[in-house]
Design a protein around this ligand. Structure first.
Ligand SMILES: CC(C)(COP(=O)(O)OP(=O)(O)OC[C@H]1O[C@@H](n2cnc3c(N)ncnc32)[C@H](O)[C@@H]1OP(=O)(O)O)[C@@H](O)C(=O)NCCC(=O)NCCS
Length: 139
């Protein structure tokens, strides 16, 4: 499975009233990172819309000055849907700070869903196989 990577520096304007990274800012970064994987797989950014953010689990706070890396990969596809797994870590640290799934749908120029004819991603290890199984249960 092809993985996409986007990095962000946590700045003062990204913080909440606790002084840690604001969840809404991370939601934007997470959505964009997952969108990059879906749109790259399909090949056209204008045809991809988000139908469901299944969940974002924050496992640890992120702080001002952190460089946060978001990785995303398409884990399953249906007829019109593309489901992406995304996770955030600090640069040079494998601990997962946040992760979750987003499902996108391919649409035509009128915004109607459209078959994408994409092949299902194949897992290359046990972790990817587990993500596929998890993604299949999402709704
Ligand atoms: C995306 C949209 C065109 C889908 O149309 P729809 O008639 O609701 O489509 P369906 O319910 O048949 O679902 C389409 C696909 O999404 C999947 N899907 C829908 N809801 C889902 C959910 N909650 N979880 C997982 N997959 C879901 C369906 O399983 C189907 O997948 P498949 O074709 O691969 O089998 C329509 O809901 C829409 O325009 N939504 C607004 C999109 C938007 O503005 N997003 C924010 C900005 S990007």
């Amino acid at each position: 499975m092809k993985s996409y990577k986007v990095a962000h520096l946590v700045k003062g304007e990204d913080l909440n009233h606790h002084g840690t990274l604001f969840a809404g800012r991370m939601a934007e970064w997470f959505t964009e990172a997952c969108f990059v994987a879906a749109a790259s797989k399909y090949g056209k950014t204008e045809s991809i819309v988000c139908v469901k953010i299944h969940g974002m689990r924050f496992s640890a706070p992120m702080n001002k000055g952190d460089i946060i890396t978001l990785r995303s990969k398409v884990v399953t596809t249906g007829t019109t849907s593309i489901t992406v797994y995304g996770k955030a870590t600090r640069e040079n640290d494998d601990r997962v700070l946040l992760d979750g799934f987003i499902t996108f749908v391919v649409v035509d120029e009128n915004g109607n869903k459209m078959p994408h004819n994409l092949e299902k991603p194949q897992p290359s290890n046990e972790e990817e196989a587990a993500l596929i199984e998890e993604a299949k249960k999402l709704r």
